[in-house]
Design a protein around this ligand. Structure first.
Ligand SMILES: N[C@@H](CCC(=O)N[C@@H](CS)C(=O)NCC(=O)O)C(=O)O
Length: 120
């Protein structure tokens, strides 16, 4: 329920977002399969990151650590801290990075996905 309210609020507040061709979006969708955001709906730092995810039209799986206890355990065991937001990033070789700090996460996402071919 709360999650639905926050999602709606986000879409009302933050417009249309980035424009990509279908081909560009398919490439981005493939790349975001290896990203997972550990979060919970009412965390303001998470809201900031989710807003950027929405604006950049990224299909990143959201893992709510308050709703699913396994996600919290994964975060603490593998990331080292229970703080959210945290972005789990896996590269092509299977190396995993756990990125904490909303400002680092938003910078990473904008740098990696903020450009379209048309805008470069
Ligand atoms: N400076 C951090 C603050 C993150 C933060 O304080 N997150 C809170 C939720 S709003 C949290 O996870 N607290 C629980 C904990 O640290 O275990 C950021 O910008 O990401």
């Amino acid at each position: 329920m709360l999650e639905r309210i926050f999602t709606k609020l986000e879409s009302l507040l933050f417009g249309e977002g980035i424009a990509r061709t279908e081909a560009e979006q398919r490439i981005v969708d493939e790349q975001t399969k290896n990203l997972f955001l550990y979060h919970f709906p009412t965390c303001p730092f998470c809201l900031r990151v989710r807003r950027v995810i929405k604006q950049l039209k990224l299909d990143i799986e959201l893992r709510d650590i308050n709703r699913v206890s396994e996600y919290r355990t994964e975060l603490i065991t593998n990331g080292g801290r229970s703080t959210v937001p945290c972005l789990r990033i896996q590269d092509g070789e299977g190396n995993v990075q756990w990125m904490y700090e909303s400002s680092d996460i938003t910078r990473y996402l904008v740098e990696r996905f903020g450009q379209t071919r048309e805008s470069t």
